[in-house]
Design a protein around this ligand. Structure first.
Ligand SMILES: Cc1cc2nc3c(=O)[nH]c(=O)nc-3n(C[C@H](O)[C@H](O)[C@H](O)COP(=O)(O)OP(=O)(O)OC[C@H]3O[C@@H](n4cnc5c(N)ncnc54)[C@H](O)[C@@H]3O)c2cc1C
Length: 412
């Protein structure tokens, strides 16, 4: 019995879409198998109140070398090249200029320690000044960047990302999620609402079991998140135990976005930003009126995102409104209406935001990216050794895995 397809791609997120694009340009047949009812995965532009709101990736990080910038512009999407308002506190509300400078200095000292005298433990928290005045601020930043506290994060892994980042961050007003999903070639065989339950090795290659039908392929590319892989949601042959083990060393951090709608007369100025409380590691960061839209994008990371996960979005909205009222005055409460919130940590087929490496385990990214027996290939943001946690890292990983599969099948 022959195979149904040359390469089966499991997951239609940024990595799966990149792999499908590469395979569509080859002589091999391919199929994308996606558990949920939509493509995009953690790239998700949601149309709410007439606005294209990104519940997942929103910023083209390292945008000047990010392949999605080129793909977006080639497809006719506008890329907004203005610098973000991050790092600035609107009107220095609740965070004086002097304190902002002190917090920035503390961050620079910590980053310098990571680079010049990295802790033997590889725990990023061990480079903090003991009882440092700005440690809660640095922890909040870690929540936004890694989705976890510094005590859980590998210093080497953090440094790898930081060193490679160009610091250039742009946006696509139509939505990053939309740019990514629109790039899937129209003729690609996409099977939505088709979760892969198990993968078996066969004489021809692999067989994927789904509730709809079994799919035989000469090779498969797995792009599912590390949470999905580590939890054993997809049953793999025992010879592949090392991959879920590597995934477990690269857990997904917690990050959620909540959008507040702004109504009535209000003090909110477009393209500004505030941090709620720089001395609280549970603080949110608030991007005010992106593109002039009547919304505030509330970004929760680490402890604050865990609170949203455990107590639900209503508790997250209440936390955000309390923090904004403390800065802008309690009258803004009547201007702010909960609009839409993500729930990445509770989503069955994702299970968190983006990967970080546990202390001592930065090399797990290489282990996770290894192919198995020239027929199973691994992609996804977590497999990138320095652009992990991003949509462009996912893209590069999908491209790599597709090239590996093409080379392997040519040899067979
Ligand atoms: C709140 C938030 C903000 C972010 N902000 C940014 C940002 O500004 N810039 C940036 O670059 N990145 C950002 N990211 C990260 C970025 O979104 C991800 O790194 C990237 O989208 C991951 O793509 P992926 O293809 O590796 O994984 P995924 O998008 O998770 O794709 C994997 C796919 O596999 C599917 N799947 C799972 N299990 C199965 C199964 N059993 N069978 C079939 N299919 C399955 C899933 O449904 C999913 O569609 C953000 C993420 C979050 C959550």
């Amino acid at each position: 019995m022959g195979a149904d397809v040359d390469v089966a791609i499991v997951g239609a997120g940024a990595a799966g879409i990149a792999a499908a694009r590469r395979l569509a340009a080859s002589r091999l047949s391919s199929m994308v198998i996606e558990a949920t009812a939509r493509a995009g995965g953690r790239a998700w532009t949601c149309d709410v109140a007439g606005l294209p709101l990104d519940l997942g990736c929103g910023w083209l990080h390292s945008a000047d070398r990010n392949p999605w910038t080129r793909i977006a512009e080639a497809a006719g999407f506008t890329v907004d090249r203005r610098a973000p308002a991050w790092g600035k506190q609107y009107h220095d509300l609740g965070f004086s200029r002097a304190k902002q400078a002190a917090a920035r200095r503390a961050r620079a000292v910590w980053a310098d320690r990571l680079a010049t005298a990295p802790p033997a433990s590889d725990r990023a928290a061990d480079a903090l000044e003991p009882d440092g005045e700005w440690n809660a601020y640095l922890q909040a930043m870690s929540g936004f960047i890694s989705g976890a506290g510094l005590e859980h994060v590998s210093a080497a892994d953090y440094r790898a990302y930081d060193t490679a980042s160009t610091g250039c961050n742009w946006r696509a007003p139509a939505g990053y999620g939309r740019v990514i999903t629109a790039s899937l070639p129209r003729h690609v065989d996409l099977r939505l609402s088709t979760p892969v339950n198990s993968i078996e090795l066969t004489r021809q290659g692999v067989e994927l079991a789904t509730p709809v039908a079994g799919i035989r392929a000469r090779a498969a590319i797995l792009t599912v998140s590390t949470a999905v892989l580590a939890q054993g949601v997809i049953k793999l042959p025992p010879d592949l135990n090392a991959w879920p083990q590597a995934a477990a060393r690269l857990p997904l951090g917690r990050n959620e976005k909540l959008f507040l709608e702004i109504v009535g007369e209000n003090p909110f100025v477009p393209e500004t930003r505030v941090i709620g409380d720089p001395r609280d590691r549970r603080t949110g960061a608030y991007y005010i009126r992106p593109f002039g839209w009547p919304v505030i994008e509330c970004f929760m990371g680490g402890d604050s995102a865990r609170m949203v996960e455990e107590k639900g979005p209503a508790a997250g909205f209440a936390h955000a409104i309390d923090q904004l009222a403390a800065l802008f005055g309690s009258s803004v409460r009547r201007n702010l209406h909960p609009l839409v919130a993500s729930s990445w940590s509770r989503m069955t087929h994702v299970g968190g935001a983006y990967s970080y490496a546990l202390p001592g385990h930065a090399a797990a990214r290489n282990d996770l990216a290894l192919p198995f027996d020239q027929r199973l290939f691994f992609a996804g943001e977590a497999t990138h050794t320095y652009d992990f946690s991003t949509a462009h890292g996912a893209y590069e990983s999908g491209l790599r895995a597709a090239n590996e599969a093409i080379a392997a099948l040519a040899r067979r």
